[in-house]
Unconditional design. Structure first.
Length: 151
């Protein structure tokens, strides 16, 4: 599967990416989303995260002592679901997480963090995107679904 960085995803699926940006980004504070990973046995695990956008991509910081760090290092597959917005607006992406090792990349992400509660030494993962979905419920029985998957 061809995985995309956020700007490429935005070009490939602009309507879905616009919903994601709306639900995941606030310039003056962090926004909470739910990150799903798999544990050592393959069992699903979920954890709250605060996504961070830069010009180059979409990232999550993971506290070094949390289970999501070894889970993403062992199996980088993830699903990220935004908090549900007005009119039950939903957004979800799936793909693989990439651990940042470059000091320059880490510095760019840390400069973009809109909240204060983080340790600059914690691991940072870029969320590479393989699929996305946005759902709007303008009427109770008629959801509007937008789907995209990498080719």
């Amino acid at each position: 599967m061809n995985l995309l960085r956020w700007p490429e995803f935005h070009r490939a699926a602009p309507d879905i990416a616009a919903v994601g940006r709306r639900l995941l980004y606030h310039p003056d504070r962090g926004e909470v989303a739910i990150l799903a990973t798999a544990d050592r046995r393959g069992a699903p695990r979920v954890a709250p995260v605060c996504p961070v956008f830069t010009r180059a991509g979409l990232y999550v910081l993971a506290s070094a002592g949390t289970p999501k760090v070894p889970q993403l290092q062992r199996d980088p597959r993830y699903a990220l679901h935004a908090q549900v917005g007005a009119d039950d607006l939903e957004f979800q992406i799936t793909g693989r997480a990439r651990l940042l090792t470059s000091a320059a990349e880490r510095a760019e992400v840390l400069d973009a963090v809109p909240f204060d509660s983080f340790d600059p030494e914690d691991p940072i993962f870029e969320l590479l995107i393989g699929s996305g979905i946005a759902v709007n419920w303008p009427a109770r029985d008629s959801p509007v679904r937008l789907r995209w998957a990498a080719g």
